[in-house]
Design a protein. Sequence first.
Lengths: 183, 183
Amino acid sequence: MTTERPYHHGDLRRAVLDAAVEAITEHGPAGVGLRDLARRVGVSHAGPVHHFKDKAGLLTALAAEGFTLLADALDATVAAGGDIIELGAAYVRFAVEHRAHFEVMFRPDLYHADDPALVEARDRAGAALAGGVADRPDPELASVAAWSLVHGFATLWNTGALSRADRDPVAMVRAFAGSMFLT
Amino acid sequence: MTTERPYHHGDLRRAVLDAAVEAITEHGPAGVGLRDLARRVGVSHAGPVHHFKDKAGLLTALAAEGFTLLADALDATVAAGGDIIELGAAYVRFAVEHRAHFEVMFRPDLYHADDPALVEARDRAGAALAGGVADRPDPELASVAAWSLVHGFATLWNTGALSRADRDPVAMVRAFAGSMFLT
DNA sequence: ACGCAATCTTGTCAGCGTCAAGTTCGCGCT
DNA sequence: AGCGCGAACTTGACGCTGACAAGATTGCGT
């Protein structure tokens, strides 16, 4: 929090990512700009380029971070003995608590979808998700169904399409997930 | 299909909307530009502005058209005596057949979400969707659950997250929707 | 202590969205 | 019939953006 501005920022990469999260949370992924972020952080307009090469590179890093956070959250709930409903609840909780990450993660047209760090994090999250329904009949289909349910609820909630209900979104998903995936 | 180019295009609005659908289908909503569309259609760079005022205005028109098409499709299936499963199948079929419209519709940060024509079309689609589960216990919750399921599947399918399975998406949603919403 | 490479700045370029002003044309009105 | 009025489109300009190139500054290993 030094008022002076040294030539080297210290951790510009982290600062830009945080600023991006803030900007996306406010104005959506479309309303974010490299120069705008540079201004927020207090560096010159081409500062971020050195860390992310591209605008798409920035969003790639954000998406990869998001998938990692999601995988961590899912792994933590299975480690705590959570069942499918808790897994779904964790998914939705992640989506509403990290809306900016979540919105970028599922917009592959915005980033470099073949980035190795990203695909690794994504596969990790996918594995955690699939592991929750492994003991069911036709796990392939059950996996898709469960994922669709929680993902659809999360996106609808985040886009404001469900905003009439002022209930807690995590409680809601627990309610109807419980009535569909009878454990 | 005249090779000459008269000063007045004839139906520029329709042509720009069609070009936008094509461009979005190829490159996603982020990769569309007013000037690019004008070039595709063969008019000068500010031609479309007169019909849509804004870039957001263009996407507003696209979203409104999408909601109207969706409402029509849903109304048609209930008129044909379709149950909830058929309603969900119609939703998914719309999403995959009109991917460009669908992707814009659920990105309110890209358009003017308070446009009267748009909110009317959206409410019409919402009513058609809610009507399908009106006869169930706790229809409020069932509506959200059913919508989440089909919407999540549609978005995951369209983003390519589910592309491993080369099965027909409409058949898939019928399969697991049937196992969850036992009629 | 020195030099190298990473980090950040400055300058520049084409392309974008938006506005203002001019040009061409369809169409209703008399 | 023809005329004029407003809708449709063009042309030109402005500030902004992302991307690139080249220079300035500094931390760090040796």
